[in-house]
Design a protein around this ligand. Structure first.
Ligand code: IPE
Ligand code: IPE
Ligand code: MG
Length: 249
């Protein structure tokens, strides 16, 4: 008798709040920006690992709507690092069949980011291996307001009926509608909050918090998070018995 290998129950879509760059640098007596630089190296490593592991989508919280209020010099360097990432990772992203997308208010990004960002989005549009979604100038509340506006406009113009505003049409009005259902949110650096990230989408996502600072986050830690995901029972409001009954059907 052949015993089948247990199939690892992988989350389809993982989102990461990449936090702790500043503290990583501070602990070493380095400027915060050094932490961001090291953080960008971690991004490379984790994108590669996610693709190899077989995630369908990875969303990275790279810059929040609220992060614009940080000191101007830090914001500027973060934008430069973003541009460098897009330029340097272009080949790797394309060769690995990764599709790059974004969520957030792109209009606020500087022109030197727009160029490489739009170019890579277009060049990778047909890729099917994994979606890499960068949350840039992103806020979950802002995204919900945007979706509400979009629906209101449609109702006002008569192209949608008020009674058709429901969970499904609302989800479809969000910028994340092109991504698979969000299964897991990881946050590094020991903070246990969402900080305005994917508020609607995380309704039933499994949360995973680790003390590790983002520059020190590794593939092994990602795997530990995925392992933790496997051990969880997602009940979606049902009883445990109902969930188990469904799984055997
Ligand atoms: C996360 O690291 C990166 C961004 C928010 C852009 P932080 O810069 O927030 O690092 P800490 O929280 O100050 O350590
Ligand atoms: C969340 O981290 C935003 C990103 C990781 C891009 P913050 O460091 O901005 O969040 P708070 O301020 O600790 O809540
Ligand atoms: Mg932080």
């Amino acid at each position: 008798m052949v015993i089948a290998e247990p199939v690892m129950q992988l989350p389809r879509h993982v989102a990461i709040i990449m936090d702790g760059n500043g503290r990583w640098a501070k602990r070493r007596g380095l400027p915060r920006i050094e932490g961001h630089r090291r953080g960008a190296d971690t991004v490379r490593e984790i994108v590669r690992s996610s693709r190899e592991i077989g995630l369908k989508a990875l969303t990275l919280y790279a810059f929040s709507s609220q992060n614009w209020s940080r000191p101007m010099a830090e914001v500027h360097t973060l934008m430069e690092l973003l541009r460098d990432y897009l330029v340097n990772e272009r080949t790797e992203i394309l060769e690995n069949n990764i599709r790059l997308t974004t969520i957030g208010d792109e209009s606020r990004l500087p022109d030197f980011v727009h160029g490489p960002l739009n170019e890579l989005k277009t060049a990778s549009a047909g890729n099917t291996g994994m979606i890499l979604c960068l949350a840039l100038s992103y806020g979950g509340r802002e995204a919900i307001v945007d979706a509400a506006k979009r629906l209101a406009e449609q109702v006002q113009s008569g192209s949608m009926r008020l009674q058709d505003v429901n969970l499904l049409s609302f989800s479809e009005a969000l910028a994340t509608s092109m991504l698979p259902e969000l299964d897991m949110v990881i946050r590094t650096s020991g903070e246990e909050r969402l900080s305005n990230f994917l508020l609607w989408e995380s309704a039933y996502a499994e949360l995973y918090f680790t003390e590790t600072l983002w520059p020190e986050f590794t593939r092994a830690e990602l795997q530990a998070a995925l392992q933790s995901f496997q051990g969880r029972e997602r009940r979606f409001g049902l009883t445990s018995e109902q969930v188990r009954l469904r799984a055997t059907k």
